[in-house]
Design a protein around this ligand. Structure first.
Ligand SMILES: Nc1nc2c(ncn2[C@@H]2O[C@H](COP(=O)(O)OP(=O)(O)OP(=O)(O)O)[C@@H](O)[C@H]2O)c(=O)[nH]1
Ligand SMILES: [Mg+2]
Length: 279
């Protein structure tokens, strides 16, 4: 039985399920080519999202799909939300704004975890990622950091040994990756103490190594759920989106909020911080 839903009269099929407290809602975020779509395909055991490498991002649109967590098989339904680059300098372009609208509408039912995806071979906190995180913090509030899981892809079995030193450096409690994020975004341990998962998205089926690490990711999601009292992430801004009547009005509200957030981030940063030059 599905319980605790929002007003079902207005919900599409996917949103109907997304609003079920038992459905996991997972959103992949991260720079181009880091393996976001591959990760979701690996979890679903299906080539839902196009993947690949090129000068342009392969994922062009926000795509939310509802599937069971298939690798390793876990009897939970998930709404997976894959993202293209939405927060770059051209965010004012009409098309990018429409992606922001689709994205935040699909998140507004609540989010179980934000999977912040990096390629282990290039873990710089690049400009795109920093700007995106500034925007998220501005719109969603600092509480959203409590729902972040750091995922490092390209930790393939055949090179795992070579990557161990790298992983140790990233996990270092004082100078590792989490400390760097805390420094950049002025976060403390109480607000930001994310799990870090190292995995491969390749050749998942029948591969014990790959399955073990996807299980670790599921465990991290489930632990986060427990730690947050089984409450998905939500915020005042999501409530405002939900309570705005009509799709067009919701869209206008999101666009106005995103524009104003971008404006205030840039002016705050020009007054002392550092808005990164876009990639
Ligand atoms: N070896 C290896 N290759 C990977 C892994 N994850 C992703 N890739 C490859 O990296 C490339 C980029 O992967 P995508 O999943 O398309 O990356 P993305 O982040 O969705 O990229 P955009 O949609 O362009 O932003 C593809 O060629 C994948 O096959 C991994 O764990 N190991
Ligand atoms: Mg993609």
């Amino acid at each position: 039985m599905l319980a605790g839903r929002a007003n079902t009269a207005e919900l599409s099929y996917d949103n109907f399920y997304a609003s079920d407290p038992k459905t996991l809602v997972l959103s992949c975020l991260g720079a181009m080519g880091n393996g976001k779509s591959s990760l979701l395909n690996a979890i679903c055991d299906e080539q839902i999202y196009r993947t690949g490498r090129g000068a342009e991002p392969i994922t062009k649109h926000v795509e939310a799909v509802l599937r069971p967590w298939a690798n390793p098989p876990i009897s939970r339904y998930c709404q997976f939300i894959d993202t293209p680059g939405m927060c770059d300098s051209s965010v004012r372009d009409r098309e990018n704004m429409q992606e922001c609208v689709r994205y935040f509408k699909s998140l507004s039912f609540g989010v179980s975890a934000f999977l912040l995806v990096f390629n282990i071979n290039d873990t710089r906190l690049d400009a795109y990622t920093q700007n995106m995180l500034y925007l998220f913090e501005q719109l969603l509030g600092r509480e959203f950091w409590k729902y972040v899981i750091l995922v490092f892809t390209h930790v393939d079995e055949n090179i795992r040994d070579l990557l161990e030193d790298n992983i140790d450096v990233l996990e270092d409690p004082n100078e590792g990756f989490v400390s760097e994020l805390r420094r950049v975004f002025k976060l403390d341990k109480r607000t930001f103490d994310p799990p870090m998962v190292f995995l491969t998205t390749q050749r998942i089926r029948y591969n014990a190594y790959a399955q073990r690490h996807l299980q670790e990711l599921y465990n991290a999601v489930a632990q986060l759920e427990r730690d947050r009292g089984n409450k998905k992430f939500t915020c005042g801004w999501f409530h405002q989106i939900m309570s705005t009547p009509g799709e067009d009005q919701k869209s206008s509200f999101i666009i106005t909020s995103v524009r104003s957030a971008l404006g205030s981030i840039k002016s705050a940063i020009s007054g002392g911080g550092s808005w990164c030059a876009m990639q």
